[in-house]
Design a protein around this ligand. Sequence first.
Ligand code: AMP
Length: 420
Amino acid sequence: MSTFKAPKGTYDLLPPDSARYLAVREAIAAPLRGSGYGYIETPGFESVELFARGVGESTDIVTKEMYAFETKGGDRLALRPEGTASVLRAALEANLHKAGNLPVKLWYSGSYYRYERPQKGRYRHFSQVGAEAIGAEDPALDAELIILADQAYRSLGLRNFRILLNSLGDKECRPVYRAALQDFLRGLDLDEDTLRRAEINPLRVLDDKRESVQKQLTGAPLLRDHLCDACKAYHEEVRELVTAAGVVFEDDPRLVRGLDYYTRTTFEFVHDGLGSQSAVGGGGRYDGLSEMIGGPALPSVGWALGVDRTVLALEAEGVELGLPAATSVFAVPLGDEARRVLFAKVTELRKNGVAADFAYGGKGLKAAMKAANRSGARYALILGERDIEEGVIQLKDLESGEQTAVGVNEVVAELESRLG
Ligand code: AMP
């Protein structure tokens, strides 16, 4: 062990478990790739100001959780705490929205950083796969994203997740509701911090997890009862399209989420086997964000699904992903001449797309066969001095134990046909 450890709130992805993370990322990306979303990658850090304006000055993410720093050149940067603001920034900077093909549909996958109190399912470095559809106001687009996330989770074999759905209204009806909620909150017995929050961002108070606060919120006005006609009709259409796709959701009139930029459709995916950190993903519509960061009006919708928590959810449900073995063929050379011959065979197999590995380090037969078994390979190729004289390689089926001698020049074709 070295003197160094992974920083607090972080962990390393190591084989064999890391294969599950790759599979989860792939499973979330697959439905997006098949639905017109193009891959985007942005820097791991951005100007602090982008997140302050985009995510919101009064949010926990910006006030408490951002890894912000000043560079030697005097720039104020922050490790990205979320993906949407960066993706929109990049799309605007490259004028993707002017190419005449709206919505611009993008997906991403990467690391995000929040200085949070670490616990199971909550880390300071975590990983998300996300999707953004920029520049169109269309309930079918909101529905598409909800359906694609549902499809991703189901393709992984997850069953015990729920979709919570709400509408946060728009710039017409939200201010009216906000004022009504503020009136209500001012009459409650709240601590000073919470009262201050009620003045800056009253909707966030609905999200307060403390029971002393939740108890008092029973009679709080609901946005549902304040939605303007346009928002009501929009939300009803999203609900109908999602329902018609056979995707089940729950209306949650209290769902607000921790980022300021959301308008209208808001949703969260929760998994009931995860304890307090139950949100495996979330998203919604953010019609005002582009203007908040200096762009034109571009109504947009997106989500981000947490890879770490999705892996935990798979564990909680006992889902095995049925990952293919990393290695199909393992080569065991006995002697120097055998090393040369088998190393060439391994290289040839790899070129032909067969996953193959080799007993490195001059191991004896026993240790090399142990390595072959541990690799998960279906077949071992064993080559000794007598085999070389006879021009054959021993091909051993590690599942049945059956061993046959195959001509040196036939072995690659034989393996390819056996592995299908
Ligand atoms: P948010 O941007 O907060 O809506 O997060 C979207 C998803 O990312 C959540 O539903 C989680 O699955 C995941 N996530 C957010 N923060 C963390 C964290 N600190 N640790 C692990 N996963 C996280």
